[in-house]
Design a protein around this ligand. Structure first.
Ligand SMILES: Nc1ncnc2c1ncn2[C@@H]1O[C@H](COP(=O)(O)OP(=O)(O)O)[C@@H](O)[C@H]1O
Ligand SMILES: [Mg+2]
Length: 302
């Protein structure tokens, strides 16, 4: 069995992210962003071109989400491949959470398609059906039950895949129990399995939640600000954990921590005012002047 948190290589902080941390400007002062017609796509690297040839696990095609006439997401398109870790970054209010909610069926889509495995248009499906197809969403608010043990939380999550009420712990198959043990080891909580979640640190609770989602064997995991409130050490552990999660499924992460994005992402999509501003590797978008102007150069992690 693999040990938890195998080492991943340390990566130097991107110059733009360092500059961002020292920058005093706020997004309230942000200049008019580039319009969709002048949006900067940082594509064309051989790496990204190669990935685009592979069939996409998720293909977001010209998607818009409208709240009472307000376009929170306007004509967004991007694709995520199998076993990719994609980061969605951008200032507050850019639409990152809104697009995650559109993928998992929590937000109604006003236009466009969200094709999953080339067959299913998630934009037309109910949230529970999307979950059963293999899309698991971690919300910012914790979903761990504090009155039951860590192991019981894992068992409940594994039983939950189809229905909370139709499956009991007793019906969990042996291979499910073995998988729960594997995941507990994977997230580094096996030795604490009989403890209650109240004894866990903030970071450990987040790993438990990721572990609970993994019991559902997702093909796509959606994480909204998973390292918010974590210590640097916990964030580094999460980076190592996600490198291993990537072997199990694809991941989309919404995050403001640019060092974490640099360490973990394959590619990043930069959102601004409901549109895709740029896309590419973290190194590529870090050098993009428009991205620096509207996000990284104005304090990145706000
Ligand atoms: N349920 C909602 N009703 C109305 N407006 C919303 C709703 N959810 C989000 N918004 C608005 O959509 C925009 C994008 O929000 P959000 O996706 O949460 O941004 P981000 O996650 O990038 O910070 C914001 O202006 C926000 O106020
Ligand atoms: Mg958000």
């Amino acid at each position: 069995m693999m040990r938890p948190f195998g080492r991943v290589p340390a990566v130097a902080a991107p110059a733009a992210a360092v500059a961002a941390r020292t920058g005093a400007a706020t997004f309230a002062e942000a200049e008019e962003p580039a319009s969709s017609s002048s949006a900067v796509a940082v594509r064309g690297t051989t790496e990204l071109a190669r990935k685009q040839d592979a069939p996409a696990l998720l293909s977001i095609e010209d998607v818009s989400v409208v709240f009472d006439g307000f376009h929170a997401i306007s004509h967004v398109s991007t694709t995520v491949g199998e076993h990719d870790i994609r980061f969605f970054i951008g200032p507050n209010g850019a639409g990152k959470t809104t697009i995650l909610d559109a993928i998992c069926g929590k937000n109604r889509v006003a236009g466009g398609r969200i094709m999953f495995k080339g067959k299913y248009d998630l934009a037309k499906m109910k949230d529970y059906k999307i979950a059963n197809l293999g899309v698991s969403r971690k919300f910012q608010a914790p979903s761990v039950f504090c009155g039951i043990t860590i192991l019981e939380n894992m068992e409940l999550a594994a039983a939950n895949r189809h229905s909370l009420y139709s499956t009991t712990f007793l019906k969990l198959k042996k291979d499910t129990h073995d998988y729960i043990r594997y995941i507990l080891d994977f997230i580094g909580l096996y030795d604490k399995r009989f403890d209650y979640p109240t004894r866990l640190s903030h970071g450990e609770k987040q790993w438990l939640e990721i572990g609970m989602l993994l019991t559902q064997h997702p093909d796509l995991l959606l994480l909204d600000e998973p390292v918010a409130g974590m210590s640097r050490r916990e964030t580094e552990h999460t980076a190592e954990l996600l490198q291993r999660v990537k072997q199990e499924c694809s991941v989309i992460v919404v995050e403001h921590d640019m060092q974490f994005a640099k360490d973990v992402s394959d590619d990043v999509t930069v959102f601004h005012e409901g549109k895709v501003l740029a896309e590419g590797t973290m190194d590529e978008v870090s050098q993009n002047q428009t991205v620096i102007d509207v996000y990284l150069g104005r304090g990145g992690d706000q």
